[in-house]
Write a protein that binds this ligand. Structure first.
Ligand SMILES: Nc1ncnc2c1ncn2[C@@H]1O[C@H](COP(=O)(O)OP(=O)(O)OP(=O)(O)O)[C@@H](O)[C@H]1O
Ligand SMILES: [Mg+2]
Length: 226
């Protein structure tokens, strides 16, 4: 299965898929915070939760505001639904995936223009990262990393960043370990609303991703259509 912009005719809409086969890496927290940051940045954004645990959808259900829509993506209607939301003027679809190598994880990756791989800066997480990279490379997708739940300027975070950068680009800011993130996930909002430090790092991570997602199409591969 290999879906891309050409195949779907998605126009300007980009798909950012958040993936890591390791559970608890911080995927849903990243997806939620980046979605709200993207909206704050003026980009018409929609989210999809492909994880049967429905962490992202649970967070979304707890929101008071109706600024961020969520849509179901039934496997057999993926193409139809994506085309439909693109035609409604959405510019970005952020897809959260389960922490495993299931069909849903692979489906999420297959839809991506860019895959964001969050990782904790710990030995078990870093030693498992190769399995996630293989899953993404199998589908020939571009990927970038962001460190999550790290301690800023700690030795572990520096070392983890250097390990990840040998595989691909790493976001210039760490999504640090802050209670504001965990509580925002419980409240249906963003840590950035109450925590200046979180706001600063999410802005930096978002800018890094935005630059790669919406970069010039000159260097992009597209499927040849005879
Ligand atoms: N930056 C952070 N600071 C503090 N806690 C965090 C941070 N990121 C995530 N968490 C907490 O860690 C746990 C796992 O985070 P999250 O649900 O985002 O991971 P996940 O990769 O989506 O997990 P799963 O694989 O189960 O879907 C949650 O309890 C969340 O609140
Ligand atoms: Mg999750």
């Amino acid at each position: 299965m290999y879906h891309n912009e050409t195949e779907y005719g998605l126009g300007a809409m980009k798909v950012l898929t958040v993936a890591n086969r390791k559970g608890g890496a911080g995927k849903s927290t990243c997806a939620a915070h980046l979605a709200l940051e993207s909206i704050r940045d003026g980009i018409k954004t929609i989210i999809v939760d492909l994880d049967p645990q429905k962490t992202l959808e649970g967070w979304w259900n707890r929101r008071d505001s109706d600024d961020l829509p969520l849509i179901d993506l039934p496997e057999k209607k993926t193409e139809e639904v994506l085309k439909n939301i693109s035609s409604k003027g959405f510019e970005l679809c952020i897809v959260d995936t389960p922490g495993d190598a299931s069909q849903n994880s692979r489906l999420g990756i297959s839809l991506a223009d860019l895959v964001l791989i969050p990782s904790k800066p710990t030995a078990p997480d870093l030693s498992a990262i190769g399995r996630t990279i293989s899953m993404v490379e199998e589908q020939d997708k571009k990927y970038v990393f962001v460190l999550t739940q790290g301690i800023v300027r700690s030795k572990a975070t520096f070392q983890a960043s250097s390990v990840l950068s040998s595989f691909g680009p790493v976001a210039p800011a760490v999504i640090s370990n802050r209670t504001s993130y965990a509580s925002a996930m419980g409240m249906g909002n963003s840590a950035c609303e109450i925590d200046k430090a979180a706001e600063e790092e999410i802005r930096q991570v978002w800018k890094f991703i935005k630059d790669r997602l919406f970069e010039s199409k000159q260097n992009k591969k597209s499927k040849f259509v005879a």
